[in-house]
Design a protein. Sequence first.
Length: 361
Amino acid sequence: MRALCFLLLACGALAVDVLDPGSCSSFPCLIFNDDFNDLNRNVWKPEVTMSGGGNWEFQMYLNNPSLGYTRDSTLIIKPELTSKWYSEHFLFNDELNLGDKCTDHRDYGCVRKGTSEHIINPIMSAKFTTHPSFAFRYGRVEVRAKMPRGDWLWPAIWLMPKDSRYGGWPASGEIDIVESRGNNDYGNLGHQHAGSTLHWGPNPQANMFLKTHKTYSANDGSFANNFHIWRMDWTRDNMKFYVDDQLQLTVDPGSNFWDFGGLGNSQNNPWRDGSKMAPFDQKFYLILNLAVGGTNGYFPDGVSSNPAKPWNNASPHASRDFWNARGSWLPSWEHGEGHISENAALKVDYVKVWKMESVEQ
């Protein structure tokens, strides 16, 4: 079978094996395979942006080998304090310009001025996507990973649409293979649990994700204790999500997602010309990242926790409140090591994608 080589790199030098499904001669056929012997930043494009940071999320994503790297055939995405590279005074008073390396300008993603109310993103982390190098429609995805342990850490392994053929989020869909939270004591929302979710709907106010979401518990007590295998089987008829070969969530919309959501005639149906699985009938690309905190509700207010959540989601200065409370959460990232530990990192052993039945399926 013929390997695709990207951006003038020699085939033999690629750590990621990517195959053209058209060259598959038998099935199942492995079309994407990365064991992370090294990190190919042409296949896994690093995001460089402060978008989503500030009050939405508290991290910025940078392309730096101390934030995303491989060791012992494992990808490690590790958070760091922005003040490690810049002074604390900088967060509150200066301007950060990411220049022409910036990948997302939305929400002041490329240039941000710190003030006493809206500080520059206090955490640095990494986010890698396979856009534009690899995207697929239908097949099996399998990821072996270990979740981080540390308060307010938000790891995610997920997919977004390559072309967004049905419109802006969430009309074109989002596939969250796994998300977790690093907290030890945060109600039933800590690292002992994880979730798989589809986001879909005609607009953000009509996001129907609660119909396609499942939270589950680790069979060994914590998803931060050991590596676990997350799998998604995606066909033109349904989607199934597994953890360690145990089925957790099945999504079959019946006739279509519009009727499944009970959306009626209240607004225009963006999927009217799509198939039964629209918006999940188009190519999606892979994403691996570690976010921190934020005000979008993933870390809800009013949940009993120890330490207490240091910000309110309605606060205009949530990121400042988070940063000022670092004495409460930073020890949970350091694990007694005197610096941020790899135990606070998202670790990914491998990512594999197969075509299961045919070039199409």
